[in-house]
Structure formats: structure tokens, C-alpha cells
Design a protein. Structure first.
Length: 299
């Protein structure tokens, strides 16, 4: 069974009235142990509308004693006016409770708006950081590609020169068999060997540069992946904040409508109080005129 229902609200109100208290929204919520003013107020108004009101036609007077009649009539009308005033006070208290709930909803909506602005700011900052990182990565890739192309061309050139040197050495070896001056040819071969060693060292250095560029490229790709994941998370948080803001706005609008309804009920209650006072004034006038009318036949 739901905590807030017509039966539970009616039972709580009857209990409060039986104990001599007032059936207000705050008092009913205290008896129930929880519940929203927006949910309790319409049910409490329905219960109040179903209660019998004291009418002048329902007053039982003792016809034997005019004084007792006057006292009973005065007490009955005073009770009627008090009942109307109590009802107006209850409506005012209920309106204040709904207004307080509306203020709380407005404060929560303001907090959600502030959180949404902060989330949007974080999304924008991280978006700019991601764009900067993407530009930096593109520049690194371009520089790396240019260096790789340059080094590849240098390596190809060194290999071609090394192959030419090897071919030259091979030719020189053949020539050494037929050409005198073997020592001069051997020295010349040594020079080619030194050139080959230098080219091999350059090739190793170029390979090391290529490996370093590949490592930097892998690190840049990893950083880009992490930045995209962070941006996705911030986008989800911003979406949740927007949903929460919409929900708070809906609750605020509902509280505003109920507050307007309570204000209308307050106006109606004040009109009832005014009407009861007019009835009391009329009955008092009738009461004063009745002894005069009874005294005329005796004269």
C-alpha cells in the first residue's frame, strides 16, 4: 500500500482533529512519517470537502428559553465562523508548505543549472585540448613521415653506394691478379672498406632515428585515445545533468500550478468567512428583533 493515499491522508486528518489539532499538510505528513506536500495537499482538500459543515438550519434550539436560544445561536455561529477561519488558516498553511517545496525545487534547479554550466565548460576545455592534441599529433606524424622519407632516401643512396663500392672492390680484386703494383691496389681497397664502414654506421644511426620516431608516434596515438575516452565521459555527464535539469523544471512547474490552486482555495475560504460573518450579523439582528415582536402581543 502506498504511503500517501486518500485513505491514509483521511485517517491521519481524522486522528489530528480527534486529538484537538489542525489537519494541515505539515501535520498530516508528520503523522504519515513522510510524503510530498504536492501529493498530500489535493487528498487533504478532498477530505475537507467531504466533511459536513455546520449550517444554521441544523441548529437545535430549546424553544422554552429565549436566553438559551440566544446563547446556542451565538455559540453556533461563533463556531461556524471559527471553523471557516480555521479552514482559511489551514489553506494558508498548506499554501506555505507548497510554496516552500517550490522554493526548494527552484534552489535545486539552480544548482543543476550551475552543474550543467560547469560540465559544459569542462567539455569545451577538453574539446579544445583534444583539438590541440590532434593538431600536435598531425604535426608529429608529418614531421616523422618527412624524416622517414629523407632517411629512407639516404639509406637507399648509401646502399647503392655500398653496392657500387663492393662491385668496385670485386673488379679491383680481378684487376689485382693481372695488374702489378699490388700494394697500391690493396691500399685502395682499404679505403673502400673504410667508406663501407662509415656508410654502415650511418645506416645504423638512421635506423635508430626511425625507431625513435615510431615510439613517439605510438605515444601520441595512445594520448589521443585517452583524450577521446575522457571527452566521451564528460559528454555522458553533461547529458545526465541536462536530464536532471529537465526533471527539476517539471517539478517546479507542478509546484507552481499547485501553489496557484492553493491561492484560489485561500480566496474561496476568505469568501466563506465573510459570508459566515454576514449570516451571523443577520441572525443576531433577527434575534434582537424577535423579543420585540413577542413583546407587542403582551402589551
Amino acid at each position: 500500500m502506498a504511503l500517501v493515499s486518500f485513505e491514509s491522508v483521511a485517517a491521519a486528518a481524522e486522528s489530528l482533529v480527534a486529538d484537538g489539532g489542525k489537519a494541515s499538510v505539515r501535520a498530516v505528513i508528520a503523522v504519515l512519517g513522510g510524503g510530498s506536500p504536492n501529493a498530500v495537499l489535493p487528498l487533504l482538500n478532498e477530505w475537507k470537502a467531504g466533511r459536513p459543515l455546520l449550517r444554521s438550519s441544523d441548529i437545535t434550539l430549546d424553544p422554552r428559553i429565549a436566553g438559551i436560544f440566544a446563547e446556542q445561536l451565538t455559540a453556533a455561529m461563533a463556531q461556524s465562523a471559527k471553523t471557516a477561519e480555521d479552514k482559511a488558516a489551514d489553506v494558508q498553511a498548506d499554501a506555505e508548505a507548497v510554496a516552500e517545496a517550490g522554493r526548494e525545487a527552484e534552489a535545486k534547479a539552480a544548482q543543476l543549472e550551475q552543474a550543467l554550466e560547469q560540465a559544459n565548460s569542462e567539455v569545451a576545455n577538453k574539446g579544445r585540448a583534444l583539438e590541440d592534441l590532434a593538431l600536435e599529433r598531425a604535426r608529429d606524424q608529418q614531421i616523422a613521415s618527412e624524416k622517414i622519407s629523407t632517411l629512407t632516401a639516404q639509406i637507399d643512396g648509401e646502399r647503392q653506394r655500398a653496392d657500387a663500392a663492393v662491385q668496385t672492390v670485386a673488379k679491383d680484386e680481378v684487376r689485382l691478379q693481372a695488374i702489378p703494383k699490388l700494394e697500391a691496389e690493396v691500399q685502395r681497397l682499404a679505403q673502400f672498406e673504410q667508406q663501407a664502414a662509415v656508410q654502415t654506421a650511418k645506416l645504423e644511426d638512421a635506423q635508430a632515428v626511425i625507431d625513435d620516431l615510431r615510439q613517439r608516434l605510438a605515444a601520441a596515438e595512445k594520448a589521443t585515445t585517452e583524450a577521446r575516452a575522457a571527452t566521451d565521459k564528460v559528454s555522458r555527464e553533461a547529458e545526465q545533468a541536462r536530464i536532471a535539469e529537465q526533471s527539476a523544471t517539471t517539478r517546479l512547474e507542478s509546484a507552481t500550478r499547485e501553489l496557484e490552486s492553493s491561492k484560489g482555495q485561500l480566496v474561496e475560504a476568505k469568501a466563506e468567512v465573510k459570508e459566515s460573518r454576514e449570516e451571523l450579523k443577520t441572525l443576531r439582528a433577527q434575534l434582537l428583533d424577535k423579543p420585540k415582536a413577542e413583546a407587542k402581543p403582551e402589551a
